[in-house]
Design a protein around this ligand. Structure first.
Ligand code: UDP
Length: 487
């Protein structure tokens, strides 16, 4: 008798943060649409964080003790070895080590017990991890399951980290802070274009260790998938990244409706595919509706960055002086910060109430697709960058740390879709510089060129995920190989 064909089931494992979970969910949806069964595992703390910030959304509830789902993808939770009230951000080094030790054991036990379930055994044909949890590759090896990684930064960063690991002397040192770095397929990178983790000033040693373990572990992976698209980074992919790893670009992993440009017609959870850790302010869209096309400056620095009081003052002054409408996301810090950090200058909201709107969290994907948006002043987090490229809005790059300076370099000097602001010798970006960039994009001669380039890249991003586009083909090849291994 012919053996009944088992469905191919993939387990994705993500660090418990929005920026890691959302690209995974969107990749999962692509795999699901092409016939695979997909589960996403993350740590227990995710559910509690999600609840704390977002009580009104009901995709995950305390009353669902088993495996809830998000956007149609099953969720599996495992313990990271800490109690729920432990402050994980207080000592990131300890946290990453404990997560590796206990998380791997707990994940391994869950996978084994699901496979041994007498009534409904669930066997995974592939594990997919992402960059903060390199130990998932070891779990996969121990259980003889092939493993892939979804890299959630540009391929350019994979190139830089790889080069740093193999040739640290090519990078700036305490003795030579000004050293520039040459990598095939990339423009010459000055220290201000490099990710903060490879600079002598880096103090985030725990995170850095995790990044470099990821690079060291590349040989344990059967596939490396990247949240980017081939056309966006083809020079560095073909000249460097593909020399040390088989890379498949599968992005941009943004809400599918964003790529279709239809998000306003059809905004429901099913189309968003992802989670929003914080509840967004409903006023944004109503307020945007009152503004002219391409007139509003959208300002957001993502979920983590908290500016000093001095930096907040300068951003506020620049916005006020432009006399143009602005929508500024000022997210209250969720970790201890210096006095005054993240705070608006006194009286700012009252003074600018006819000009702009300040909110704690915005529905960014809806905002970016609104016709009133004229430019985006952003910290250049990779998710924000991909969302912006997908909708063709020009960028003003205000990069701070991690991959952001490199992303800014890519956006401004390689893609030509924005301008970059620079700090002065005290590390502060002056308001005049912010204002000049805004004026140039909103009305200057370079503005028109940048809008045209943004439109071009929007088209290329959209083509890449369409049927037969580069990312669509890469996803199909990945699936074909998993199926091949299991047949
Ligand atoms: N975001 C949002 N509302 C906001 C600010 C940000 O929905 O008011 C979303 C944004 O769309 C993006 C994510 O939060 O998907 C931020 O990720 P990114 O990689 O840009 O920056 P990070 O927060 O990781 O620094």
């Amino acid at each position: 008798m012919e053996k009944e064909k088992q469905p191919i089931h993939v387990l994705m494992v993500a660090f418990a943060s929005q920026g890691h979970i959302n690209p995974m969910l969107r990749l999962g949806k692509h795999l699901q649409n092409k016939g695979l069964h997909v589960t996403l595992a993350t740590t227990e703390i995710f559910r509690h964080r999600f609840f704390k910030h977002n009580q009104s959304t009901t995709t995950v509830t305390d009353q669902i003790p088993d495996i809830p789902s998000i956007s149609g993808i099953d969720i599996l939770l495992f313990s990271d070895g800490f109690s729920l009230d432990y402050d994980r951000k207080a000592n990131l080094n300890t946290y990453m080590e404990t997560l590796a030790k206990f998380g791997s054991k707990n994940l391994s036990n869950i996978i084994t017990s699901l496979a041994c379930n007498k009534t409904r055994p669930k066997k995974f044909s592939c594990l997919i991890n992402n960059s903060f949890i390199p130990w998932v590759a070891d779990v996969a090896k121990e259980l003889s399951i092939p493993c892939a990684m979804l890299w959630i930064q540009p391929c350019t960063l994979l190139a830089i980290y790889h080069r740093f690991q193999s040739n640290p002397n090519d990078f700036p040192t305490k003795q030579n802070l000004e050293k520039s770095v040459e990598i095939p397929g990339l423009p010459l990178l000055q220290p201000c274009d490099l990710p903060s983790f490879v600079l002598p000033s880096n103090s985030f040693l725990g995170l850095t260790k995790t990044f470099f373990e990821t690079i060291q572990n590349l040989h344990k992976l059967k596939w490396v998938l990247a949240n980017s698209f081939y056309e966006l980074e083809k020079d560095v992919i073909s000249n460097y990244v593909s020399t040390f790893v088989t890379i498949r670009t599968v992005g941009p992993l943004v809400p599918p409706k964003l790529l279709e440009g239809k998000i306003h017609d059809d905004h429901d959870e099913e189309n968003f595919i992802g989670i929003d850790m914080w509840k967004s302010d409903d006023k944004c869209l109503e307020w945007l509706n009152k503004n002219n096309p391409k007139s509003v400056i959208y300002v957001s620095f993502g979920s983590l960055i908290v500016h000093s009081r001095e930096a907040m003052d300068r951003i506020a002054t620049a916005l006020r002086n432009t006399k143009r409408p602005f929508l500024w996301v000022v997210k209250p810090p969720d970790y201890p910060v210096q006095e005054g950090a993240g705070e608006l200058p006194k009286g700012f909201i009252q003074e600018t109430k006819e000009q702009g709107l300040v909110v704690n969290w915005a529905p960014q994907n809806l905002v970016l697709t609104h016709e009133a948006i004229g430019c985006f002043l952003t910290h250049c987090g990779w998710n924000s960058v991909l969302e912006t490229i997908s909708v063709g809005v020009p960028i003003i790059a205000y990069a701070m740390w991690s991959d952001q300076p490199t992303n800014a370099k890519l956006l401004v000097d390689v893609l030509g879709i924005g301008l970059r602001v620079w700090p002065n010798k005290d590390g502060l970006v002056e308001s005049e510089m912010i204002q000049e960039c805004i004026e140039e994009i909103m009305g200057g001669p370079k503005g028109a060129e940048i809008w045209a380039k943004s439109n071009e890249w929007k088209g290329l991003a959209r083509n890449s995920v369409e049927n037969g586009g580069s990312s669509d083909r890469n996803i199909q090849e990945f699936i074909d190989e998993i199926v091949g291994i299991n047949s």
